[in-house]
Design a protein around this ligand. Structure first.
Ligand SMILES: *Cc1c(COP(=O)(O)O)cnc(C)c1O
Length: 389
């Protein structure tokens, strides 16, 4: 094997520019470090980005979904339909508000909730749908909202991974019902930790503000009341300033990610990985923000496990991620009666998926190095069945 001289390539790494770092220093020196003017500015610029819809910022993209459900009136006795192929918080928040998660299997091509199966899961108790745009690829939004309208269901979009994505020329967040974004450190736009809710009107935005901080409303110099049970979900101004610096670069970030994704498809072409049948993602370069580049390993044709594949990649100086094991097989959900065989596509994908490096500080040369390494491993550990390539 050739000597590795390149630095370790992680699967994700945030790009924080000097202007943002300086801005954070200014906030720290300003004397106002928690929720204040930067938060307000962040909300204003986020709102402008989603076509003027009301936006409230929060300290995670998890509490946003929980609050979105509360605003939609979802609670005990209600069912919420979602996908088992997501970060576990999507389903956890449904439990958190006392409702029941109902899973629908994924479409094996898009890896998102299968809209062809969705209607069958609707019951008289169904109150809302929580679609997830895995890796930034939206579902068919026209179809989703046709179904929601026909059955009078609310939609709380888990668009945690889809900031910068669009549907037929319209930005995710600029359309739809309640939309939740995450600004976690690994997301396309980060505020270190953080999130935002896009709402339908000022009443919902006001409710979101209350849920964010103990349900408190202040009036005049000394007036204070609490009329809903809120929590502690406010975003610091230090974090908001990071988010502002990131938001202002969203177009460049998305462009760069699409370029890297294209480079992945080019590099994979004709190689061992494709010959052996690694599942490549949907090659969408108009709607997806390419939050991640995920392959599904053809484990039945390889003489190594996924963990061994990840270890081989690490030995070649490359970090990989896992997004996600099918969540209905986690202990918490098994205890609620979910088991193997219920959502075969999600289970199969969840057992074989690996996330390859994709972040704005990478080069197309890095992409080629990743794919060359995948090909090497596939050549070395490929089974001996006579597949035509
Ligand atoms: C990141 C993420 C979340 C949660 O966001 P946090 O900000 O980490 O709470 C929810 N759903 C999906 C699909 C995510 O990728």
């Amino acid at each position: 094997m050739t000597q590795i001289t390149r630095p370790f390539l992680p699967f994700v790494k945030p790009e924080i520019d000097e202007e943002t770092i300086q801005g954070v220093i200014d906030v720290l020196r300003s004397g106002w470090i928690t929720t204040g003017p930067q938060n307000q500015q962040f909300e204003a610029e986020l709102s402008a980005y989603v076509g003027g819809r009301p936006v409230r910022a929060f300290n995670s993209g998890t509490c946003t979904m929980e609050i979105g459900l509360r605003i939609a009136g979802v609670g005990p006795g209600d069912e919420v339909i979602t996908t088992p192929m997501t970060w576990v918080s999507t389903a956890n928040v449904i439990l958190e508000v006392g409702a029941t998660p109902v899973f629908v299997d994924i479409d094996p091509v898009t890896r998102n909730i299968d809209l062809n199966l969705l209607e069958r899961a609707i019951t008289p108790r169904t109150k809302a749908i929580m679609p997830v745009y895995l890796a930034g690829l939206p579902v068919d939004m026209d179809r989703l909202y046709d179904i929601a309208r026909a059955h009078k269901l609310r939609v709380i979009e888990d668009a945690a991974q889809a900031f910068g994505s669009s549907w037929r020329g319209k930005r995710i967040g600029a359309i739809g019902d309640i939309v939740s974004f995450s600004f976690h450190a690994n997301k396309n736009v980060t505020s270190i930790e953080g999130g935002a809710l896009v709402l339908n009107n000022e009443d919902e935005a006001e409710l979101a503000r209350k849920y964010r901080l103990q349900g408190i409303t202040r009036t005049g110099f000394d007036g204070m009341d609490c009329d809903v049970l809120g929590g502690k979900y406010n975003l610091t101004d230090v974090a908001a300033r990071v988010g502002l610096g990131q938001l202002r670069q969203i177009e460049r970030f998305t462009e760069k990610r699409r370029e890297l994704a294209r480079a992945y498809f080019d590099a994979f072409e004709g190689g061992a990985a494709v010959r052996l049948g690694a599942g490549l993602p949907t090659p969408n370069f108009t709607d997806s923000n390419w939050h991640m580049f995920q392959i599904a390993l053809p484990l039945e044709r390889l003489r190594l496990t996924r963990a061994e594949f990840m270890s081989e990649m690490k030995d070649r100086g490359i970090g990989t991620g896992l997004h996600y094991p099918a969540l209905h097989l986690f202990t918490l959900y098994r205890a609620r009666g979910f088991k193997e065989g219920m959502f075969p596509h999600a289970e199969r994908y969840g057992a074989s998926t690996v996330t390859l490096p994709l972040f704005t500080l990478m080069s197309t040369d890095d992409v080629e190095h990743v794919v060359k390494s995948v090909d090497e491993i596939f050549e070395q550990f490929g089974g001996d069945q006579k597949e035509n390539g």
